[in-house]
Write a protein that binds this ligand. Structure first.
Ligand SMILES: C[S@@+](CC[C@H](N)C(=O)[O-])C[C@H]1O[C@@H](n2cnc3c(N)ncnc32)[C@H](O)[C@@H]1O
Length: 225
């Protein structure tokens, strides 16, 4: 399995920033601890990234959010909290076990009425959402299996509208984007997604590098034209 490497200074600064600025509450801490207790991988976004997602939902005025990759609901809770009354978040999760734990965490956070967890392969769920003729999504957060990242970007455009905000997590992956042999499972998908972001006729994008408890990584931020 591909390992993310951290440096003590990055983690200490992140902990300081989390405690000083971000203040994740009990419901968010529960989403992290319940995943550890259930033996799920600790691959949720960091608290400062979660708060960033919540702020993006608020700044963009999003009423409808689509998430690909739920895990235990940590990022779902952050984003759902940024939604106005009547706002809605659809989150796609392949594993029923993860979806069940996420559902309990989202309910405990008092957000069950705002969040719809769809279990199954995201590509199937995204096609189903299109068939259902749902209103366009205002913000899409992509954080699932990296091999399908480029497909998910295409779906974000199809299920979005001009102005839809797209966030693609894990866009740097310890620098494996320059050296795919570091992670032959995930790096090629991330590289394809970055190439698509750079040339997609309907997307304007940038990528921000980050360091912290999740190692050296980054996220792409895009807007549908
Ligand atoms: C990185 S975790 C998501 C973390 C979550 N966004 C957070 O920050 O709290 C990725 C999740 O995507 C799920 N996943 C992987 N492949 C998937 C697929 N093809 N369709 C839907 N979900 C998938 C995994 O089971 C895992 O729970």
């Amino acid at each position: 399995m591909f390992e993310h490497k951290t440096q003590p200074g990055w983690v200490a600064v992140e902990e300081f920033l989390t405690a000083t600025v971000v203040h994740p509450d009990d419901a968010l801490q529960r989403a992290v601890s319940s995943a550890v207790e259930a033996g799920m991988p600790p691959i949720e976004v960091s608290p400062n990234a979660g708060k960033f997602l919540q702020l993006l939902v608020q700044i963009s005025g999003a009423r409808r959010v689509l998430e690909i990759g739920t895990l235990a609901g940590f990022s779902s809770i952050w984003m759902a909290r940024g939604l106005p009354d009547g706002g809605h978040l659809v989150t796609c999760e392949y594993l029923a076990k993860h979806a069940g734990i996420a559902r309990a965490n989202i309910e405990a956070a008092g957000l069950g009425h705002k969040v719809d967890i769809r279990v199954g392969a995201a590509l199937d769920t995204l096609a189903a959402l299109q068939s259902e003729g749902q209103e366009p999504f205002d913000l899409v957060f992509i954080d699932a299996d990296k091999e399908h990242d480029a497909d998910y970007l295409d779906w974000a455009v199809r299920l979005g509208r001009p102005g839809t905000v797209v966030v693609l997590d894990n866009a740097v992956w310890e620098g494996a984007v320059l050296e795919p042999s570091m992670d032959e499972v995930n790096a090629p998908g991330i590289i394809s997604a970055l190439e698509l972001l750079g040339q997609h006729p309907e997307l304007d994008a940038t990528v921000i590098q980050t360091v912290g408890s999740k190692g050296w990584d980054g996220f792409a931020l895009a807007r549908v034209r």
